[in-house]
Design a binder for this molecule. Structure first.
Ligand SMILES: *[C@@H]1O[C@H](CO)[C@@H](O)[C@H](O)[C@H]1NC(C)=O
Ligand SMILES: CC(=O)N[C@H]1CO[C@H](CO)[C@@H](O)[C@@H]1O
Length: 191
């Protein structure tokens, strides 16, 4: 379950994750001229793809998460996410540290000692963002994930298509991708 929570954040701790494999891919770009202030505020996690075998098992039971992105004084983000777990709404925060170029961040898992890189591949700030994450150090090293952030709980078909195309280009198999259903219990009043 810890794993599902972090999926919502677009980063997985690989807590209970067994074997993960990945393959060298072309480098994934970062949004040019990324403007952090325009990225702040509310996003819904509308789509996910991950190369972990575990994700394939869990994806059927996952639902949309709500993330509030707030700035940190020293740069980076404090991302507070609300998600459904065991029929209860839970909230967790995760701190992303700036990592080099604007739009790139790193996250250190306090529980597992793994380091993850995450970056904004593309965004128009108003409607969508594509994020990419990968483990760079520690147990999660083989982990790769793509996340679709949407400002709306009902992303347009073009946006879903864009995410599918991105996932394919990054070598995620079809069954390693999911569009998350709305989660009315936690998100009803939020749209
Ligand atoms: C992150 O945001 C949450 C929710 O607003 C807040 O409770 C928490 O203290 C913040 N953490 C840091 C380190 O700023
Ligand atoms: C566990 C798993 O399915 N790993 C796959 C990750 O993606 C590469 C291709 O990018 C596959 O070869 C692996 O089998």
């Amino acid at each position: 379950m810890a794993a599902r929570r972090t999926l919502c954040l677009g980063l997985v701790l690989l807590a209970a994750v067994g074997v993960l494999q990945s393959q060298a891919q072309a480098p994934v770009p970062v949004q040019p001229d990324f403007q952090q202030d325009k990225f702040l505020g509310r996003w819904f996690t509308a789509g996910l793809a991950s190369n972990s075998s575990w994700f394939r098992e869990k994806k059927a039971v996952m639902s949309m998460c709500l993330s509030d992105v707030a700035p940190m004084a020293e740069g980076g983000f404090n991302i507070t996410t609300t998600f459904l777990r065991k029929n209860q709404c839970e909230t967790r925060s995760l701190l992303l540290q700036p990592a080099g170029s604007p739009g790139s961040y790193s996250y250190i898992s306090p529980h597992w000692g793994s380091t993850y890189s995450t970056w904004v591949v593309e965004t128009d700030y108003q409607e969508f963002a594509l994020l990419y994450s990968e483990g760079t150090k520690g147990p999660g090293q083989d982990f790769r994930m793509a996340t679709l952030y949407s400002r709306s709980q009902t992303p347009k078909d073009e946006l879903k298509q864009k995410f599918s195309t991105f996932c394919q280009a990054q070598g995620f198999p079809e069954d390693a991708m999911v569009f998350l259903p709305r989660n009315d219990k936690c998100l009803k009043e939020q749209d």
